[in-house]
Write a protein that binds this ligand. Structure first.
Ligand SMILES: Nc1ccn([C@@H]2O[C@H](COP(=O)(O)OP(=O)(O)OP(=O)(O)O)[C@@H](O)[C@H]2O)c(=O)n1
Ligand SMILES: C[C@](O)(CO)[C@H](O)COP(=O)(O)O
Length: 226
């Protein structure tokens, strides 16, 4: 069930409004990105990690990563201006074209090893799988002045990691780039080619640190779980 992990850290964290890339924010004594890398470093199924960084922060990130001992290769590569471009660059840097690839937001430090293993098993069997949780809010769709309510029983909130057979996700990204299609996650690029993507139920704790309010939630999660 071995896999490669692409961990994305090349964003700017604009919505977090912290004055710097949110990956460097310290929570429970460590920067966010270190918490995230540690989850993958501890997973024996993860062969190596590709950390995608902002070109302007490459030196800072390298120094930070070198302060910790992960016991696993962490290769830094430069990302692009959009998340999707960063993922594509990560994929292009992988030489082993036969493996399963996990794509994960560096800003999701609470993913668990149990979820990684559930995902790896399904992705190995089905070629494409994502973590997701059932939507608990009522979701409204507004077009012009018309409001409609979506059938919540059909809705899932997609998370990361998202895991794919290398060929499948590489083809999906290549075609998206050629067609100028920009998706908000990687599975959507596979879906648009007509391939199935399986859902593996994740945890509501696997939040993405996006807005300042998320930091308070993250801090209390660390306080409660040590
Ligand atoms: N060009 C980009 C944009 C995003 N990401 C990464 O993709 C993940 C999810 O993106 P998001 O939460 O949107 O992060 P940011 O782009 O940093 O945030 P914002 O949109 O608020 O600027 C983050 O780990 C982020 O570092 C990336 O690697 N390259
Ligand atoms: C990939 C993702 O985390 C799945 O929920 C999400 O779509 C990323 O969106 P963002 O706007 O780049 O944060």
């Amino acid at each position: 069930m071995d896999y490669f992990a692409i961990v994305l850290a090349a964003g700017q964290g604009k919505r977090m409004n912290a004055g710097e890339n949110k990956q460097f924010i310290t929570l429970a004594d460590k920067p966010v990105i270190i918490h995230t890398l540690e989850v993958f470093a501890k997973d024996e199924w993860c062969k190596s990690i590709i950390l995608v960084v902002n070109p302007n922060e490459q030196q800072r990130m390298k120094q930070l990563v070198n302060c910790y001992s992960f016991g696993k290769e962490i290769r830094l590569i430069q990302g692009g201006s959009e998340r999707q471009e960063s993922v594509y660059k990560g994929l292009c840097s992988i030489e082993d074209k036969t493996s399963i690839v996990f794509i994960h937001d560096g800003a999701r430090p609470f993913v668990t090893q149990e979820s990684l293993h559930k995902l790896a098993k399904v992705a190995s069997a089905e070629k494409a799988a994502i973590l997701a949780v059932p939507v608990t809010d009522t979701i409204k769709q507004r077009t012009d002045n018309q409001l409609t309510t979506l059938d919540r029983s059909l809705l899932w909130a997609a998370q990361t990691p998202q895991a794919f057979l290398f060929d499948r996700i590489y083809q999906a990204h290549k075609q998206a780039e050629e067609n100028n299609f920009l998706g908000t996650d990687d599975a959507s690029l596979v879906e648009r080619l007509g391939y199935p993507v399986q859902i593996v139920r994740g945890s509501y704790n696997n939040i993405k640190l996006t807005n300042p309010e998320d930091l308070k939630r993250a801090q209390s999660f660390f306080n409660e779980n040590g």
